[in-house]
Design a protein around this ligand. Sequence first.
Ligand code: MN
Length: 231
Amino acid sequence: MSDPDYAFPPAPRPALPIQGSDRLFPVRRIYCVGRNYAEHAREMGHDPDREPPFFFQKNPDNLVLDGVFPYPPLSADVHYEIELVVALGAGGRDIPEAEAESKILGYAVGLDMTRRDLQGQAKKAGRPWELAKAFEHSAPCGPIVPREALAGPLSKGAISLRLNGEIRQKGDLGDLIWTIPETISKLSELFELAPGDLILTGTPAGVGPVQRGDRLSGVIAGLPALDVEVR
Ligand code: MN
């Protein structure tokens, strides 16, 4: 089969390494869950009552694989948010919670880098969040650990972020307001999910700003650490 006659070469497909494999995980979409830990909802000035989860997206080509986060333009308040990333190996519509776990290929440690000042302006003006969330290099991510390589589903375990060696974010996956199966199920009511989709599942309390030269280290029990330098 010959390649289509594109007007210019198509951009390379973003892909993540899979630990213990030579194969790559080709990324289709990146979904993110907002306010999914009660303490973080409170620190952002919201009531952590169990309102339906809400979602936003990043672009697949916002992924950072080389551990370097260039400080983005037009912001003076860029925040880290450590998050568990769920990588789907299967998809569908209206996925029942009981079937959600079977759609997961693996897990990774990710950062939902956020231009907090632009997000604040967007919230105030009732505008979308893309400027704050879906900018270049806004999604540093580690390798995917296959589900079978873990003792069980990642439904609990420590999640933390260090800034220049100091603990800044600390939580437990067991404190997610919406569990991973619930999140997949709810998301699949809104979108048709597919293999290659990533879901950033929300961040625990303790978010804060980064400066050029900072070193971020995100750790989730059972997964390789994600080390990122801000340049
Ligand atoms: Mn987030």
